[in-house]
Design a protein around this ligand. Structure first.
Ligand code: SF4
Ligand code: ZN
Length: 377
């Protein structure tokens, strides 16, 4: 089956702004997720001098629409005292931290999750600490001139980055597999706007999408990163899909349509970039399980695969990679990873010139969920 036949079969159009089938199936999974209670208003996840602080909020508006088949950023309460939650997190943060990555159940700049007045109070609290860099994790659509103007006065005391989830620039993957909205995002315009105010921007790139063979998975991420770097993005975080319960991706995995991604894919992607470029590409979510959230069990998130023999060593090497400043050092770490002698380490042939979705397999999966969810109704 080719793309056209697939689109005809499921009545998709090139101009669609959402994939209603993915939205429906993803919502069936999401509707079962636990709602986080008031007992956990914030968390701190410390990694070296970086503290990732999560504050409870209402769920992401896109997640409520069934978007983003890989994502579960939780469903929280809409009425938590978020300034208090943040101050309590600050008290648990390592005092030598120099960077705070701030997130909510979706986007810190979405006023329905975090009011602008609350965000300003939180930034005022950060300004009282020794932290010099703040990363605001948010959806591309939430970055407006209005918010940039509000944040402008803080530029003298804090280095502010926006972190946005790009995942992939491949429209077909987006429309038929991921359902990240909107499909056509004006990334150039937003990056330009951020730069015009003197702020910087990090793009998150996700790898290991289902219904793509290994070479296409690698090529998709290489193409996405290359395009973003050419557009002038300041920083990239590359991460493999972690399969989270209460997402459609988990249901694909559970029904045998998707396998856990091999963590080594990151090496095969990164070796496409020069030493200079590697300095701007970090890795994330490469294999460590996430912190505890009430209602969730440790195996509710399936991390990328590494063999038992290599796991510890690879975790250390990825940490070393992120901590290395020089591109040459990063390149050396990647070649050390490639040189590890183990049965799980073999050269994968990357011969493709085009990212190809396997529409036959995708059709089988759609057919499966099409029939089973119709029966549920
Ligand atoms: S990936 Fe971002 S936009 Fe999509 S559902 Fe998750 S938090 Fe929302
Ligand atoms: Zn191994």
């Amino acid at each position: 089956m080719n793309k056209l036949q697939f689109m005809r079969k499921y009545s998709f159009d090139e101009n669609d702004s959402i994939n209603p089938l993915l939205a429906k199936w993803n919502n069936i999974a999401r509707n079962k997720r636990p709602i986080i209670g008031n007992e956990l208003k914030s968390t701190v996840c410390q990694s070296g001098k970086t503290a990732q602080i999560w504050i409870q909020s209402d769920a992401c508006r896109f997640s409520k629409l069934g978007a983003c088949t890989c994502c579960d950023y939780f469903q929280g309460q809409p009425d938590v005292d978020q300034v208090n939650a943040f101050v309590s997190a600050l008290s648990q943060m390592d005092p030598s931290s120099n960077t705070i990555v701030l997130n909510t159940c979706g986007s810190v700049l979405d006023k329905s999750e975090l009011k602008t007045e609350t965000l300003v109070l939180i930034i005022d609290e950060i300004a009282k600490t020794n932290v010099s860099t703040v990363v605001l994790e948010t959806h591309l659509n939430t970055i407006t001139e209005e918010i940039l103007k509000i944040l402008l006065p803080y530029k003298n005391i804090l280095d502010i980055y926006f972190e946005i989830g790009i995942e992939t620039l491949n429209r077909d993957i987006n429309q038929f597999i991921l359902n990240k909205l909107p499909f056509d995002r004006n990334i150039n315009r937003v990056i330009g706007l951020i730069h015009s105010y003197g702020f910087r921007v990090t793009g998150n790139v996700m790898t290991g999408f289902p219904f793509l063979d290994y070479a296409s998975q690698v090529l998709d991420s290489v193409t996405t990163i290359r395009t973003l770097l050419d557009t002038g993005i300041d920083f990239i975080v590359l991460f493999p899909i972690n399969i989270k319960k209460y997402t459609f991706m988990y249901d694909l995995y559970d029904n045998g349509f998707y396998k856990v991604v091999n963590g080594r894919i990151l090496i095969d992607i990164l070796t496409h970039f020069s030493q200079e470029e590697l300095e701007y590409i970090n890795v994330g979510w490469y294999g460590e399980p996430r912190i505890d959230i009430p209602g969730y069990k440790s195996d509710d998130m399936i991390v990328p695969y590494y063999c038992e023999k290599c796991y510890k060593q690879m975790m250390q090497l990825w940490l070393d990679y992120n901590c290395a400043w020089e591109g040459s050092e990063r390149e050396q770490i990647l070649s050390n990873m490639k040189a590890i002698v183990c049965s799980c380490n073999y050269d994968q042939l990357i011969t493709t010139h085009k990212v190809e979705i396997d529409f036959d397999s995708l059709d089988k999966a759609y057919q499966h969920f099409y029939s089973s969810t119709d029966m549920e109704e």
